[in-house]
Structure formats: structure tokens, C-alpha cells
Design a protein around this ligand. Structure first.
Ligand code: TRP
Length: 470
């Protein structure tokens, strides 16, 4: 590794900049939109416990591994993997891991952008006082009118993609760093306020009980996989996003501390969102398993009844858009960095190309909520009986590609890369902390991912062995 180890795309200005950018990537729709709705669909408490365990035992160590690989490789994930494989004397095929990550990023962003478009649309609905005095039926019908109209969805999706590609085109330093500094704290404040409303809703206890009282008879094998997949999704792991951010990380920054901080903040946001939403669900007699529209059908009720709700509601959706924005950027950054490195494109050119491909793929999600809402391509598989293209895309990426990517990142970091190299790169010496990390990544992650996969495919039915739900 001759010469100065610095990425051609630039370097973060320091540790704080990296923490902010990585937190910006991690905190997004996954925390506020996805976590509550999948927790609701999978029965609550038991799902939440499995998710939290996955964050601590798998998420944090894999995040450290990804940052480490990125910082050592100093390139886009594809070239980082190629380079590090050569350094370790391993097969050049490892670069396919980088490719799979780029593919996963495209596919995730394609639907992520459509949902972020809903949030954009809700900024106007909230500012226009459409939620004032709203009932659960009223809010549901506002949501229905939006998602059943493909033209509106395409317009918002287009706007969000343009916003994303504009920032990406400007590069890592100028755009990405700044937004997060105010955004994440502001989001915290609003979520805490919403918790205040939830506390007064009369069903706060019921909401907490749903979220935190585990009932393993409600958690299916598929629920386990969804919890695992979501741990990767919410921390932006398994596809190279954090790797590429790591490649802009200055040397001598503690990877362990940074990763723990990011995971902690991310989890806090998700739990605060859940604690705000479920009391509203129960207080209004709604269904926690309502699906992808959950936050759009619950939070407006809160805004519609609280003092200053128009202002707070608008602010909330603005912040949600920002949170999604800083995440979307990281989903496309690996592809853009690669186009710049290998095809000599300018960042602007690369952003336009990547953006257009993603936008087109996004139409599959747009139509899943209207024209093709009855199209269930894999209906012959029980768990996909009613799954739309959007559901399948989400399942394929979050629950299959990310855990598999994470598994391979784990294997590469501790089975392929030299142990001495990781000792050096993580900069913790051969301490107890390092050994714990090494053990978790070497054994726990691979075994856990494989067990959860085998279980969901029923190749080995651990759920039945343990007497859990089918
Ligand atoms: N973590 C983000 C969220 O929770 C989404 C995201 C951004 C992501 N980059 C990623 C998910 C990379 C997987 C991989 O909203």
C-alpha cells in the first residue's frame, strides 16, 4: 500500500464529519417509516428484542468491519474489494461482492425514493392544514388518494431523485456533511415531542407493552429474518455504503467508538418513533399491522389534534425528507464512486447516469400501489401470497442481499484478511475489545445469518425445535 492513503474523492474533515455523515446514512426512512410498520406486522415485542440483539451482536461488529475495509481500500467498494483481495492473496472474485452491493443500492434506492416522495407530499398536506381535526378514516383516505394516483407518485419520486442526485453530484465534502449537523438533533426534539403527545393519548402503556413485551409465539421464522434484515438495513450495512464512507475516513479515528455511537443514535431514533406511533395506533383503534402506510395514517392524527400541529407536522415531514435524503445519498454513492474511478466520468455525469437508472426502476414500486396492486408474482410461496413487486423488492434487498452481503463482508474481514492487518487498521491493539470483535465477526455473524436463512427456508426448522411460532 504505497504512498499516502487517501481517497481520490476526498476525505472527511474529521471524526465528527464522519459520524454525522454515517448517522445521516443510518437514520432514515428505515427508522421512522419501516421499523414501526414491520414491528407492527410481526407482532411487536419479540420482533423488537430480536432486532435489538441483531444490532448489538451483528450490526455493530459488521459496521466496524465495513468501515475498516473501506478505510484500508480507499476506493469504491468494487475496487476496494479487488484491491484488498489482491493484498491478501485471495481470489479476485471478491470484487463481485462490491458489485452485489452496487446492485442492492440501486434496488433499495428505487423504492426508497418513492416512499420519500410520500414524505414530500405530506409536507404540503400538513402545511395546507389538511390534517386539522382529522379522524383515522379521514387520514386513511388522504393516504389512499395519494398512493392510488401513479402520476402524483411519479412526480414526487422524480423530485426526490433530483434532490438526491444534485447533492451527490456536488461531492462528499460540500453537500453531505453539512445537512446532518442540525437535522439529527432536530429530529430527536420532534420525536420526543410526539412522545409527549403519545403519553397523553391514553394508550401509552398499551403502545409500550406492544413494543417491549416479548411474545415469541407471535414471531415466525420469517419474522426472524425480517428483524435480521432490518438490522442491516437500518445501519446501512451489507452493501458498501458504510464502506465507501469509511474510505473517506481520516486515519487515526477510532472505528469502534464511532460505530457504537452511530448504532446507538440510530436505535434511539427507531425506538422513539415506535413509542410515538403505537400509542396513537391503539388510542384510535387502528391496526398495528396496517403495513407500509402506518406512519402516514397515524402521525397525522396526532398533528391534527395537538396545539401548533400544522407547524409541527410540517416540520416533522420536512425532517423526515431530510433524513431520507441523507440516506439516499449513501445508497447511490458506491455506484457513483465506481463510475468516476473506472469510467473517468465527472461526478455530475455519473450522478445523472445512476439517477436515471434508479428512477426507472422506481416505477415498479410506484405501480405496486395502484395499477399493479393485485399483481402478486410469487403468490405460490406462502409468505409472498399477497406480496406486490414493491414488497418483493424490499424483501429481496433487505432480507436476502444485505444479510448475505454482511456475511461475506464478515468472512472476508476475518477469514481472508490477515489478522495483523485488521489489528493495525482497527487500531485497538490485540486488546479484549479486538478479540471480542474478532470472535463476533468470525463465528457469531456467519452462524446467525445461516441459521436464520435455513430456518426461513425450512431446511432446518429451528423455530419448531425451540417451540416458536410457525
Ligand atoms: N439506513 C437507511 C435507513 O434506515 C437506509 C440506507 C441508507 C441503507 N444506505 C443504506 C440501507 C445502505 C441499506 C444499505 O433509512
Amino acid at each position: 500500500m504505497g504512498g499516502k492513503r487517501e481517497s481520490i474523492h476526498g476525505v472527511w474533515s474529521g471524526r465528527l464529519a464522519f459520524v454525522l455523515a454515517a448517522t445521516g446514512s443510518a437514520v432514515g426512512l428505515g427508522n421512522i417509516w419501516k421499523f414501526p410498520y414491520i414491528a407492527g406486522e410481526n407482532g411487536g415485542g419479540a420482533f423488537v428484542i430480536v432486532y435489538l440483539c441483531c444490532i448489538g451482536i451483528i450490526g455493530v461488529p459488521i459496521m466496524m468491519a465495513e468501515v475498516m475495509l473501506g478505510r484500508r481500500g480507499r476506493r469504491s467498494p468494487i475496487n476496494t474489494m479487488r484491491h484488498l483481495a489482491r493484498e491478501a492473496g485471495a481470489s479476485p472474485h471478491w470484487r463481485w461482492l462490491g458489485w452485489a452491493g452496487v446492485a442492492a443500492g440501486f434496488l433499495i434506492l428505487s423504492y426508497y425514493s418513492v416512499i420519500a416522495g410520500w414524505a414530500l407530499a405530506y409536507v404540503w398536506r400538513s402545511a395546507g392544514a389538511m390534517f386539522v381535526g382529522a379522524t383515522s378514516e379521514g387520514v386513511a383516505s388522504i393516504f389512499d388518494q395519494l398512493v392510488t394516483d401513479p402520476e402524483r407518485l411519479i412526480a414526487w419520486h422524480t423530485l426526490f431523485m433530483v434532490m438526491t442526485m444534485t447533492v451527490v453530484a456536488r461531492g462528499v465534502r460540500s453537500g453531505l456533511e453539512k445537512a446532518v449537523r442540525y437535522l439529527v438533533p432536530a429530529l430527536f426534539v420532534l420525536l420526543i415531542m410526539l412522545n409527549g403527545y403519545a403519553l397523553a393519548s391514553g394508550a401509552f402503556d398499551q403502545g409500550l407493552e406492544f413494543l417491549f413485551t416479548p411474545d415469541f409465539s407471535k414471531l415466525s421464522a420469517n419474522g426472524f429474518l425480517i428483524a435480521l434484515g432490518h438490522a442491516f438495513f437500518t445501519l446501512s450495512l451489507g452493501m458498501g455504503a458504510i464502506m465507501v464512507y469509511g474510505s473517506y475516513l481520516p486515519e487515526r479515528t477510532s472505528i469502534a467508538k464511532t460505530s457504537i455511537t452511530i448504532a446507538f443514535l440510530d436505535t434511539l431514533v427507531a425506538l422513539l418513533a415506535g413509542m410515538a406511533i403505537f400509542p396513537i395506533v391503539f388510542a384510535n383503534g387502528m391496526d398495528p399491522g396496517a403495513g407500509a402506510g402506518l406512519i402516514f395514517q397515524t402521525l397525522p392524527i396526532a398533528f391534527g389534534h395537538m396545539a401548533g400541529g400544522v407547524v409541527f407536522g410540517t416540520l416533522f415531514f420536512v425532517l423526515l425528507v431530510f433524513a431520507a435524503w441523507t440516506s439516499a445519498i449513501s445508497l447511490i454513492e458506491p455506484a457513483v464512486a465506481w463510475l468516476v474511478e473506472n469510467h473517468g466520468m465527472t461526478r455530475v455525469h455519473a450522478s445523472v447516469v445512476a439517477g436515471m437508472i434508479t428512477w426507472t426502476a422506481g416505477l415498479l414500486t410506484v405501480f405496486s400501489f395502484n395499477l399493479w396492486s393485485d399483481f402478486h408474482p410469487l403468490a405460490f410461496i406462502e409468505i409472498f401470497r399477497t406480496a406486490t413487486l414493491f414488497d418483493l423488492l424490499d424483501y429481496l434487498t433487505a432480507n436476502i442481499m444485505l444479510p448475505l452481503g454482511g456475511l461475506l463482508i464478515a468472512v472476508f474481514s476475518v477469514w481472508v484478511m490477515q489478522r495483523d492487518d485488521s489489528v493495525q487498521e482497527l487500531d485497538m491493539g490485540d486488546s479484549a475489545g479486538f478479540r471480542l470483535w474478532y470472535f463476533l465477526v468470525r463465528y457469531v455473524t456467519p452462524v446467525a445469518v445461516i441459521i436464520v436463512f435455513l430456518n426461513v427456508t425450512k431446511l432446518v426448522n429451528f423455530s419448531a425445535l425451540l417451540g416458536l411460532a410457525e
